[in-house]
Design a binder for this molecule. Structure first.
Ligand code: ADP
Ligand code: MG
Length: 303
């Protein structure tokens, strides 16, 4: 189990994280979310031992994670970290990059393991390709496979699919996260993409103002967002009489006091997102069909 106790950290005199406390179980998948600059990457780097804590302790099982002041070589065998900016060997092939840390004493095992990992990140056809010629998304997948090569007990992923196009993203996510679950690898993912969280994360943690603003299962936070910041992570929402109401929780009805004037209809695939005005406030709701601007609609909250 990973234990983070009273963790505080500043860059110079600029505080980023203050008094964080949380645990992550073996095999658990934790999503760390928060706005850009909220400290997600910093937290992963601290867990990896890249910086010295101002205060607090981090433990994995019985070993304490120590920063550079106490540990000359950053990193531990049980833990791997895939940074937002990954550093690969550009002039060597994809398979050589993935197998970089695997022993050459067992060439057959090495070959097999590399092939398995290229399968997980869906890069088999690129095994012999030089990394230099790959796209950003493909490089990200190579970095991921390399981090998995020696099967860490805990994997830290910083926005792991941010460079990957939408065509590939869904299947790659399933492949990687299901692989981690099947191997019981603990995984902490920093992300601002709800798709990385829903259906995969056991818990999610929201960082805001240097603190953990929320920590719960995705289902709990989705159903009871509590704050606009949490609601905004999941989708379009409204603040109606001080209550948070998602766009999909508004239903069009014949008569109600919630009378709105349509401003714009956005095609969203299986529905339209309608932007309207309720008194002078912007309001969003979903509809099967678009509406002309200035149409008057009445809505009801259905939770
Ligand atoms: P996130 O990953 O959530 O976007 P970061 O952890 O990268 O956030 O950054 C948190 C805050 O720390 C930001 O305000 C950022 O500008 C600052 N920061 C990040 N890295 C450094 C650094 N090496 N030196 C000084 N400040 C930094
Ligand atoms: Mg970041």
């Amino acid at each position: 189990m990973l234990t983070v106790k009273n963790l505080s950290f500043s860059y110079e005199s600029f505080p980023v994280l203050k008094d964080l406390n949380f645990n992550v179980q073996q095999g658990e998948h934790l999503a760390v979310i928060g706005e850009s600059g909220s400290g997600k990457s910093t937290l992963l780097k601290l867990i990896y031992g890249e910086f010295d804590l101002i205060e607090g302790e981090i433990h994995w099982k019985n070993s304490q994670v120590l920063g550079p002041k106490f540990n000359l070589v950053v990193g531990y065998d049980f833990m791997k970290y895939v940074a937002q900016e990954f550093d690969l060997m550009p002039y060597t092939s994809v398979e050589e990059n993935v197998g970089k840390f695997l022993s050459n004493f067992f060439p057959e095992e090495k070959q097999q393991r590399t092939a398995e990992l290229l399968d997980v990140v869906e890069l088999k056809p690129f095994a012999k390709t030089k990394v230099k010629t790959l796209s950003g998304g493909q490089k990200q997948r190579v970095a991921l496979a390399r981090a998995l090569a020696k099967e860490p007990e805990i994997l830290l992923l910083d926005e792991p699919f941010s460079h990957i196009d939408n065509f590939k993203k869904q299947s790659l996510r399933r492949s990687v996260f299901n692989y981690l679950k099947s191997k019981n690898i603990t995984c902490i993912v920093a992300t601002h993409d709800k798709e990385d969280v829903l259906g995969f994360a056991d818990h999610m943690m929201l960082l805001n103002n240097q603190k953990i603003e929320a920590y719960a299962t995705p289902e709990k936070l989705f159903k009871n967002p509590g704050t606009p910041l949490i609601a905004s992570f999941f989708g379009e929402y409204n603040n109606i009489d001080n209550a948070i109401v998602y766009a999909h929780q508004l239903k069009i009805v014949e008569s109600s006091a919630l009378k709105v004037v349509v401003k714009h209809s956005y095609f969203r695939g299986n529905f339209y997102m309608i932007e309207a005005l309720y008194n002078d406030d912007q309001i969003f709701f979903e509809s099967d069909s678009p509406y002309n601007p200035n149409t008057i609609i009445r809505l009801e909250i259905v939770k």
